[in-house]
Design a protein around this ligand. Sequence first.
Ligand code: SF4
Ligand code: SF4
Length: 257
Amino acid sequence: MDDINFECTACGNCCHDLRLPLTLTEAAAWLARGGQMELLCEAIPWPVEPEAGNEQAAYKKARSAPTMSGTLPVRVSVLLVAAFAGPCPNLDADMRCRIYEQRPLVCRIYPAEINPFVPLAPENKGCPPEAWQHTPLQRHGVLVDETTRELVGESRRMSELEAAARVKLCLALGMNEAALANEGFVIYAPDSDALRTALEQIRTTPDAVVEAEPWTFVSNRAVTVETLLSVGATGRLNEPATDTHFRYHGYFPAEPA
Ligand code: SF4
Ligand code: SF4
């Protein structure tokens, strides 16, 4: 569907049970308000550069940083997300956002999509059926509202601009394990004080964090680990979590060795 109408019903569905990707500045503000943050890490084997014209690969490349896993060149992609189960800590009982004027970019953009390869589809959104009417939101696949288009552009720009800093943030926190892209992600939930300190370090002395630190793949499937090891990467099978700051989230059932 290229033409979509939309009028927010203020139901508050989109402010529950989320992982909201934030910029570094937004993350610092989120922490300052007492919110919890997580880092979601995935790595893409990148032995050779994709052919020119591969726009999806270019998009992934722009949002990741080059590094190594063993002898295998990889690109690591990190999302810095505000995480909460149930209502957002900034949501009032009457479903109003307490930080409306300072709310993150992603909240301003919803329900529009940020990723240009993901078409806007009402059935994938939390908005009720009655929200999809009246005011034009999208015509011929293009967002009607100029402000929202600019916010999407700003979000994409920041995601690209801060890609290396988000990877450095992990390293500053002593984290260098990632899931294989499209198979899952590693979730780090650092102490808020440690994350605040690391964010400050990235902001003030980014060069103090060594970028070339090698990364290790984690997977819940033995065959994935074996394949990665066979091409020179370092990898390990996920184990039952003993560290409350580390979790592996797989998209597929576990397949032990
Ligand atoms: S910051 Fe505001 S708009 Fe964003 S999820 Fe929380 S309550 Fe909703
Ligand atoms: S889920 Fe949709 S309709 Fe409900 S508050 Fe969020 S944007 Fe508005």
